[in-house]
Design a protein around this ligand. Structure first.
Ligand code: FMN
Length: 328
């Protein structure tokens, strides 16, 4: 599983950073893959309201946000962490949030479904200096609509008042323990899923579609990964098109090598579509071969048939997923 932490404070080693790091370190200890994105060190410009995302479904601003979109899509849990600046999140965090309008447009204007959106969770960590009764109201609302835009269910927050000097959060009687406890309760259900690695040659069509269908139909029970023995540069645009016909959004996906997939941990099962290399890299992991021909260079009608065959096979796999033994 993958957790994306968004650290919104510009103060190096400030309170927000300490709180988020505590959360992520505990998640890492439990076995999650984590990424702590220090938002203020990134070059993310504010939204220019040019309308491209509404028309075309993507943001044309060529800055670090282009690396954030795929991370938002890969995450099982997104943790937004920000100090309160004038009753809201920091400007750096707000720029990232506003740029997620591109994902909002894909979802609500282009009516596309991100296969991970049913299961992804969003959580807020926040703190401020004063006692203000309404201190977190603005940020809570912003978090709620940000998480909805990026396809995550807002599952709650930990917020702390009267935290001012750098490091003050360490002296709080419960904050760090709360963060660890929350990490545990959010992470464990995800770690109990069966992990399936779908492989093919280029990781551009078959294994991408199979992992997306598994995630879409059963992301609560199955952690789906995909990779290829000879990964291409980009996913196949015809594959994207035929998935779009079913309303499924394959944007922001990149082909991966088997080695890259191996770095994410051992799967419980490998489904190979013409890729034996995966099995040699994971000795002892059960594997199945699906007889699905390579649609590369074939017609769109051929791609549609492959898509439908794969969806059916993934359906049967899900029905029998209880029988997959967890790898030690
Ligand atoms: C520009 C700015 C605006 C702030 N606005 C508020 C505010 O509206 N309410 C509040 O309680 N604290 C406010 N604070 C205080 C910070 O939220 C507080 O010092 C917090 O601990 C900083 O967290 P950090 O160490 O993670 O940056 C503000 C601080 C700055 C620098």
């Amino acid at each position: 599983m993958f957790i994306l932490g968004l650290q919104g404070s510009p103060r190096a080693e400030g309170n927000t950073s300490i709180l988020l790091t505590t959360f992520l370190t505990e998640a890492d200890r439990l076995g999650a893959n984590i990424y702590n994105l220090d938002v203020p060190t990134k070059n993310i410009s504010p939204c220019q309201e040019c309308g491209t995302c509404k028309r075309e479904g993507f943001c044309p601003i060529d800055d670090d946000m282009q690396q954030v979109y795929p991370l938002l899509r890969q995450a099982d849990i997104i943790v937004m962490a920000t100090p309160i600046f004038f009753y809201g999140p920091t400007a750096q965090m707000k720029a990232l949030i506003d740029r997620s309008q591109a994902l909002w447009s894909r979802k609500y204007v282009h009516n596309l479904i991100d296969p991970g959106q049913k299961w992804r969770l969003g959580f807020l960590l926040s703190l401020g200096a004063t006692k203000g009764k309404n201190l977190f109201e603005g940020t809570n609302l912003t978090a709620k609509y940000f998480f909805d835009a990026v396809g995550a269910s807002f599952t709650g927050s930990l917020t702390y008042r009267q935290i001012e000097e750098a490091g003050a959060i360490i002296k709080h009687p419960t904050a760090l323990a709360d963060a660890k406890e929350k990490a545990k309760s959010l992470v464990l259900p995800f770690l109990n899923r069966k992990k399936i690695l779908f492989t093919c040659t280029g990781n551009t069509c078959r294994s991408q579609m199979a992992s997306a269908f598994a995630q879409y139909h059963a992301g609560d029970k199955i952690e789906a990964e995909s990779a290829g023995s000879a990964p291409a540069q980009e996913v196949n645009p015809i594959m994207e098109k035929v998935m779009r016909e079913k309303g499924i959004d394959m944007a922001f996906r990149k082909p991966k090598s088997i080695d890259e997939a191996a770095r994410l941990g051992n799967p419980d099962l490998i489904i190979s579509m013409g890729c034996e290399e995966a099995c040699t890299l994971f000795p002892g992991v059960p594997n199945k071969e699906w007889d699905i021909p390579d649609p590369f260079g074939k017609s769109i009608a051929f791609m549609r048939n492959i898509r439908d065959d794969i969806e059916e096979m993934v359906g049967s796999l899900i029905k029998n997923s209880k029988n997959i033994r967890s790898c030690p």
